[in-house]
Design a protein around this ligand. Structure first.
Ligand SMILES: [Mn+2]
Length: 427
């Protein structure tokens, strides 16, 4: 008899994974993971269950173990029990499945059989990853709820942000709105970058020095880039909006914003089964490149400018990544595919053909990044292709990124974050 309390949807996930594993009589253990102590302290980091455990159990409890017996195709979950002493300090953990103390006996009853730890078996993990790539109804519901919490945060921004506020004030107000709307936590550290700070792709508060974190005051007429999202039921939301605050956008702000939006819209429309993601990505780079040529910042044929890496100076990251239990989710690379070394694709986190049921971010951008544009080697390498005189005038412009989370379906792409407006100007 099975003591696990899984829902039919979780049972179906387990069956699909077991089918992919195609084992004989082995035992497989999937652990939720341990609490991680903070060095030099008796405190611990916030718990993040191993996503494979979360996927196969629907639970987020430390030290729990999901055990699979391939002989009778049975799954058993073992969870810790809180002692009376524990309960003086902490509310009890949900007593799931069988007590963890019984795992040893359960394994002893199966003595002589091979016990496989899933984390030490790439093939078994890859099989779970292939299932996690295709979201079921329960996952889609959580992803839609996560996107709704993000909607609340961005609405707060649109209604409340004005020039003169600090990035930190904006972050705190936005995150409060995520949490009020039901987010359990943010899906990743919120990026709230004003003016030139948007040229750091992953700029976030406290990264410079957590004892003495800097924050910047947003000036009138500057771009504000916010890349943030709520987490709900373990599932991430990942949304970026860029807007000019307190003034009408300049011609160049407006032009580049429209170029990024056009690149995004074209890419979203191609979030359909059968599309080769790398090609969709390269086409987004061509749209960005064409815009930079029209602005007079790049010279030459767009195809060549993408191939040479000139466009990558302004758009160095990938078009998007799979989203699920982690913001950069499992299964991004197809079989026998590896990260590219080409400057335009070296940070691409997905390289596979799109299939129905996938959730991908679509997030083209354009930036003026000092670490790239000030690099002397690159300046001489791209001497002819880049109009350095004009480009140098835009150092400090920051960057523009627009990002939504898209569900690939057998019909039209479903944009989970579609209700989050895309204002070019706020405040
Ligand atoms: Mn993203």
């Amino acid at each position: 008899m099975s003591h696990n309390e899984s829902t039919p949807i979780i049972s179906a996930r387990r069956q699909r994974v077991a089918h992919r594993w195609s084992l004989n009589d082995e035992i497989v253990l999937v652990r939720s993971g341990a609490m991680v102590p903070i060095s030099g302290s008796d405190m611990e980091y916030a718990f993040h269950p191993h996503p494979d455990f979360a996927y196969l159990s629907g639970k987020g409890i430390p030290e729990a173990v999901l055990a699979f017996d391939a002989k009778d195709q049975n799954w058993e979950i073992f969870g810790p029990r809180s002692s009376a002493a524990d309960q003086v300090w902490h509310q009890p953990v949900d007593p799931i499945g069988l007590p963890l103390s019984e795992l040893e006996d359960w394994l002893a009853e199966r003595q002589g059989r091979q016990v496989l730890e899933v984390t030490s078996r790439t093939d078994l993990q890859a099989a779970i990853g292939e299932e996690r790539v295709h979201k079921d109804e329960l996952e889609l519901a959580a992803l839609r709820s996560a996107a709704e919490t993000s909607w609340a945060g961005f609405e707060w921004v649109y209604k409340n942000v004005t020039a003169g506020m600090t990035e930190r004030e904006i972050q705190v107000g936005m995150e409060a709105a995520f949490f009020k709307a039901g987010a359990v936590r943010t899906a990743y550290p919120s990026i709230v970058a004003s003016g030139p700070n948007a040229a750091f792709l992953h700029y976030f508060y406290g990264q410079d020095d957590i004892l003495n974190p800097a924050t910047r005051t947003l000036n009138k007429g500057e771009l504000l880039l916010i890349d943030a999202g709520g987490e709900y039921g373990g599932y991430a939301s990942d949304v970026t909006r860029s807007m000019v605050v307190g003034e009408e956008p300049t011609d160049i702000q407006s032009f580049l914003w429209q170029v990024v939006l056009r690149a995004q819209e074209l890419a979203i429309d191609r979030c359909r089964p059968g599309q080769e993601w790398r090609e969709v990505h390269l086409d987004s780079a061509r749209v960005i490149g064409q815009g930079l040529v029209e602005l007079g910042l790049l010279r030459g044929n767009v195809e060549d400018l993408v191939a040479s890496g000139a466009v990558a100076l302004f758009y160095p990251h990938g078009l998007g990544h799979l989203i699920g239990l982690t913001v950069h989710d499992a299964g991004g690379f197809g079989t026998n595919r590896e990260p590219s070394s080409h400057p335009q694709s070296m940070y691409l986190r997905t390289d596979r053909v799109l299939e129905s049921g996938m959730i991908t971010s679509v997030e083209p951008g354009v930036y003026f990044i000092d670490a790239l544009l000030g690099n002397l080697e690159k300046r001489s390498q791209f001497e002819d292709e880049v109009n350095w005189k004009e480009v140098d005038l835009l150092r400090g412009f920051g960057g523009i990124r627009i990002e939504d989370d898209v569900h690939v379906t057998d019909s039209e792409p479903e944009v989970l974050s579609a209700s989050i407006a895309k204002p070019m100007r706020i405040g």
